[in-house]
Write a protein that binds this ligand. Structure first.
Ligand SMILES: [Zn+2]
Length: 126
């Protein structure tokens, strides 16, 4: 479990994941004018690999389900880093991962654009 600063010239994995997530949020803001059931193909894989430029297709609802949790990220199938993430779910198009390693988890949650810092237990009664 490293506290290594690593190579300063390339963004660290969680930092890159946050940057790509911000980019996807901007994409979804534009997408929001589209029909909600339509697949959007412009989302970038949030695996955090600096060499990955893969795109993922999600519907609005699928995207929102991922964004509901600050530590959840969307990735192309099999792009997860097993050292710091769990795969929560996957289908034929994409997988949802949970960043579970301490420092990385803290970073992606604290920079969550939706500000859902606290993990919400199940659901609140209506
Ligand atoms: Zn990827």
């Amino acid at each position: 479990m490293g506290c290594d600063a690593g190579d300063q010239s390339t963004p660290r994995e969680p930092e890159l994941q946050c940057l790509i997530r911000d980019e996807n949020e901007a994409v979804e803001l534009v997408n929001d004018t589209l029909e909600h059931g339509i697949l959007r193909s412009a989302f970038r894989c949030e695996c955090g690999d600096p060499t990955c430029h893969a795109r993922v297709a999600l519907t609005h609802l699928e995207y929102e389900a991922v964004r509901a949790y600050g530590s959840h990220l969307l990735i192309v199938l099999n792009h997860e880093n097993p050292e710091n993430t769990w795969v929560l779910s996957e289908n034929s198009r994409f997988a949802v991962i949970d960043v579970v390693a301490g420092d990385e988890r803290y970073e992606v949650m604290s920079r969550n654009p939706r500000h859902a810092w606290v993990e919400v237990p199940d659901r609140s009664a209506e």
